[in-house]
Design a protein around this ligand. Structure first.
Ligand SMILES: Cc1ncc(COP(=O)(O)O)c(C=O)c1O
Length: 417
């Protein structure tokens, strides 16, 4: 071994973000949590805030709405700082799936003259399904583009696909959920807009870990979730972004009372609120919004540039260790090797990937996840992951293969992978 554990320990000692780990609930110190890209850890502050909110609910009852009603837009502006939006361009509401539906539908209404919807055939399922459904109900073409298996979509891909006929909307993920590839957001946005399409980004795997300059890049629309690197908890509300100058021209397909102008006048007919709040639908989830706020504050305190730098160093260490210890054991790196081109997680392919993933969880106290066909995915969220976690995870993984121990776990499939 040339990269010793001592090297990882030294990186931890020099880590400016090391103290943030203690700000999270660490229920099991032996366990290496490498799935913060799926569900982030619980911040201690969130426990206190939710406790306080529950007390407030008990005491204020319906009177609490006086303050709570502002939360989707107020927490939205906080998310705006993370994704590079201007105030009034971001809301926290609904799920990523529902927000994607709302914004994609609204975008297509704006065009009003057909045109294809362009997606990446390797994108996260919900994105492909939602757009497939929208295209089907409107009689539009869903164009599924093939992109580089590891590097993901490029501006050239978008230009090439647009040459095959009119495209109304391009919807892509900023960071690929499978490979961790980081797309060139400004270049792809420009390529999409050059063809006359609107550009919608899913920032689920970049919000809170990769600095995004959404407004400066001229992006039209965005969505993303808060339970990964923003640590807002299972099912916490998602966010949506609409560029300021598009807002007055767009309408949510869900004409709910929270998106209505002067909501409490209870008018006979729907009239959208001005600004971003027209994209609200129904009563906002205040418990979830409170958790988003607490998680967001930690990210802003740590600073996105520092988080990005540490995430790149953590994945870099994984890559070096992969080449040294995993590749000889039959693993293939399924993540871009250039740190500029990847987000905060890494994937390695192996023909027994599923069984290896289960063995890590059941026998080695390492929690990754599995993405078909053969990828074991490791997310080392920089707010609470240590360099020794990366070293130990690779070490435990290599030992499971070297000893053949992983073959002793059941290869039976599970409902959640
Ligand atoms: C890129 C991407 N979009 C959307 C989602 C999930 O959307 P929802 O929160 O609506 O289930 C995920 C979940 O992991 C994701 O990775």
């Amino acid at each position: 071994v040339t990269v010793h554990r001592r090297h990882a320990e030294a990186l931890d000692r020099a880590d400016a973000l090391a103290d943030f780990r203690e700000r999270f609930v660490l229920a099991d110190q032996q366990r290496i949590y490498a799935d913060g890209n799926s569900l982030g850890r619980l911040p201690r502050e969130t426990v206190a805030r939710l406790d306080e909110l529950v007390r407030e609910w008990g005491e204020r009852l319906v009177g609490g709405w006086e303050d709570w009603i502002e939360l989707p837009a107020r927490v939205g502006d906080g998310i705006g700082e993370v994704i590079g939006a201007r105030p009034g361009e971001t809301l926290v509401c609904d799920s990523t799936t529902v927000n994607l539906y709302k914004l994609a539908s609204a975008a297509l209404d704006l065009r009003n003259e057909g045109g294809a919807v362009l997606v990446d055939e390797d994108d996260f399922p919900t994105n492909r399904y939602v757009l497939e459904g929208i295209a089907a109900s409107r009689g539009l073409e869903l164009r599924r583009m093939t992109t580089a298996p590891i590097e993901g979509p490029s501006a050239q891909d978008v230009t090439r696909e647009a040459a095959a006929g009119d495209v109304a909307l391009v919807a892509l993920s900023h960071v690929s959920y499978r490979t961790g590839a980081l797309a060139d957001l400004p270049a792809i946005t420009e390529a999409a807009q050059d063809t006359g399409a609107l550009m919608l980004w899913d920032l689920s795997h970049s919000a809170g870990v990769v600095p995004v300059r959404l407004s400066d890049s001229g992006a039209d629309l965005g969505v993303g979730c808060t339970y990964k690197y923003l640590n807002a908890g299972p099912g916490a509300p998602a966010f949506l972004f609409v560029r300021t100058d598009l807002q007055e021209r767009m309408r949510s397909p869900v004409w709910g009372w929270f998106g209505q102008r002067d909501q409490f006048r209870m008018r006979a007919r729907y009239q959208p609120a001005s600004g971003i709040e027209r994209f609200l639908a129904g009563t906002p989830p205040i418990l979830g919004l409170t958790a988003v706020q607490a998680g967001l504050e930690l990210v802003l305190e740590a600073g996105l540039e520092r988080l990005r730098e540490k995430a790149a160093a953590l994945t870099e260490l994984f890559l070096v260790l992969h080449d040294e210890r995993l590749e000889p054991l039959g693993f293939r790196l399924s993540t871009p090797s250039d740190s500029e081109r990847r987000g905060a997680h890494v994937s390695v392919g192996h023909e027994d990937g599923w069984q290896i993933c289960r063995a890590l969880i059941e026998r080695a106290e390492v929690i990754p996840d599995f993405r078909p066909p053969d990828m074991v995915r490791f997310g080392f969220a920089p707010l609470y992951s240590r360099f020794v976690d990366v070293w130990d995870a690779v070490d435990r993984l290599a030992r499971l293969i070297e000893t053949g121990e992983y073959r002793q776990v059941s290869a039976k499939s599970a409902r959640v992978t």
